[in-house]
Write a protein that binds this ligand. Structure first.
Ligand code: G6P
Length: 361
C-alpha cells in the first residue's frame, strides 16, 4: 500500500499526530487489555541495550525503567561503540537491540557479536521481516506502522512503550511488582494516548515558540533522570531537521561546562515534569536565568505555576504521574523541532546528508 500524507504538509507532521492511535493500538494488540511480552526474566542478571540514533535514546530511557521497576542492572551503548570495545557479556544476560528499520548495519553487526555470548538476543523493531528481527531469538514488534520521515517520531514512542512493557515483565518475574502495582502501571500506560491528544493540541503554541527558536544558533536541552535521554533526543531532532546546533545535557552537568555557553541568545529548553527531581532541575534552571539565559520550561500545570516565573516561555503539558512521562515529553520535543524546521524552510522529511536507514558502517 502506498503511504500518503493524508492532508498533512509533511510525513513527519502526520507521524507525530498518529502517536495516540499508534500507542492505543499497540496497547490493545494482544486483545482488549495490554499484555506483557512473553519473555522470562527469571535468572537474568543484566540487560544490555544497543542501538543507534533515536533508538539508542529509547534504550537510555529504558535503562531507568529496568533499574527502578525491576531492580535489574541495565547498560546502554551505541552499536558502533559496542561492537568494537570488547564488551563483557555474561551467559545470564539479555542483549536488546532496538531499531526502527531493523537494517541498521552497526546494530546488526552488534547483534551478531552478542549472539553466542548472552542468554538471549531480543529485537525491538518496527519491521518484523527485517534482518535484525530474523537473527534475534525473540522479536518484539513495536507496531508503529510505516515511518517515512527520516527523523524518527512515532517509532520512538512505540519503542518506549514496548520497552516499558518489557521492564514491567522483568519487574513481575523478579518479584518487584505486585499485581496491584502492575495494574496501576498498566493504567498509566493506557492513559498516555489521551494525554498525547491533549499535548498535540498545544501545536499552535509550540509553533509560536519555534518561530523564535528558528533564529537561534545554539540551543541547549536539559533534563534529569529519565528526562535526560529526552533532552538528548530533543537536541538530536532539532539538529537533524532544522540544522541548528543543539546539545542535550543532564541538568546536574550544567555547572561542569555548558553553563559557560549561557547567554541571552542561547535558548535553554528544560524538560521538567513535577516529579521527585523537579526541585533539583529547577535550581539548575535558575542558575541559567541568573546568567540571563533564556529558558523555555516544559512541565505540567503545577510545575509551570511553581517555577515558570521569569522564564522566556512555558509549555504546560497534562499531568503524567508515574514513570512513563518520557513517552509524553517526546511530543513537545518533536513538535519544537518540526515547527522550527518549518519556520526555517528546511526539507523536513528529507534532511540533508541523512538517510532513513543506514545500511553501511
Ligand atoms: C538513521 C536515522 C535515525 C535513526 C537511526 C537508527 O540515522 O536517520 O532517525 O534513529 O538511523 O535507525 P534504526 O532504523 O536502527 O532505528
Amino acid at each position: 500500500t502506498r503511504i500518503e500524507k493524508a492532508g498533512y504538509r509533511h510525513f513527519m507532521a502526520k507521524e507525530i499526530a498518529e502517536q495516540p492511535v499508534v500507542l492505543a493500538e499497540a496497547l490493545r494488540s494482544g486483545g482488549l487489555a495490554p499484555t506483557l511480552p512473553d519473555v522470562d526474566f527469571t535468572g537474568v542478571d543484566r540487560v544490555v541495550l544497543v542501538a543507534c540514533g533515536t533508538a539508542s535514546y529509547a534504550g537510555h530511557v529504558a535503562k531507568y525503567w529496568f533499574e527502578s521497576l525491576a531492580g535489574l542492572a541495565a547498560e546502554v551503548d551505541i552499536a558502533s561503540e559496542f561492537r568494537y570495545r570488547d564488551p563483557v557479556l555474561s551467559e545470564k544476560s539479555f542483549a536488546i537491540f532496538v531499531s526502527q528499520s531493523g537494517e541498521t548495519a552497526d546494530t546488526l553487526a552488534a547483534l551478531r557479536y552478542a549472539k553466542e555470548k548472552v542468554a538471549k538476543v531480543l529485537a525491538v523493531v518496527n519491521v518484523p521481516t527485517s534482518s535484525i528481527a530474523r537473527e534475534a531469538d525473540v522479536v518484539l514488534p513495536i507496531r508503529a506502522g510505516v515511518e517515512v520521515g527520516v527523523a524518527s517520531t512515532k517509532a520512538f514512542t512505540a519503542q518506549l512503550l514496548t520497552l516499558a512493557l518489557l521492564a514491567l515483565k522483568a519487574g513481575v518475574d523478579r518479584g518487584r511488582i505486585s499485581p496491584e502495582a502492575l495494574a496501576q502501571r498498566l493504567a498509566e500506560l493506557q492513559a498516555l494516548p489521551g494525554l498525547m491528544n491533549h499535548t498535540l493540541s498545544l501545536g499552535p503554541r509550540i509553533a509560536e515558540v519555534a518561530e523564535e527558536l528558528s533564529r537561534a544558533q545554539d540551543v541547549l536541552f536539559l533534563g534529569r533522570g529519565a528526562m535526560f535521554p529526552l533532552a538528548l533526543e530533543g537536541a538530536l531532532k532539532l539538529k537533524e531537521i532544522s540544522y541548528i546546533h543543539a546539545e542535550g545535557y543532564a541538568s546536574g552537568e550544567l555547572k561542569h561546562g555548558p553553563i559557560a555557553l549561557i547567554a541571552p541568545e542561547v535558548p535553554v529548553i528544560v524538560l521538567a515534569p513535577r516529579d521527585g527531581l523537579f526541585d533539583k532541575t529547577v535550581s539548575n534552571m535558575q542558575e541559567v536565568m541568573a546568567r540571563h539565559g533564556k529558558v523555555l520550561l516544559i512541565s505540567d500545570a503545577k510545575g509551570v505555576h511553581e517555577a515558570g516565573k521569569g522564564t522566556w516561555a512555558t509549555l504546560t503539558l497534562p499531568d503524567c504521574p508515574g514513570p512513563f512521562a518520557p513517552i509524553l515529553y517526546a511530543l513537545p520535543a518533536q513538535l519544537l523541532a518540526y515547527h522550527t524546521a518549518v519556520a526555517k524552510g528546511t526539507d523536513v522529511d528529507q534532511p540533508r546528508n541523512l538517510a532513513k536507514s543506514v545500511t553501511v558502517e
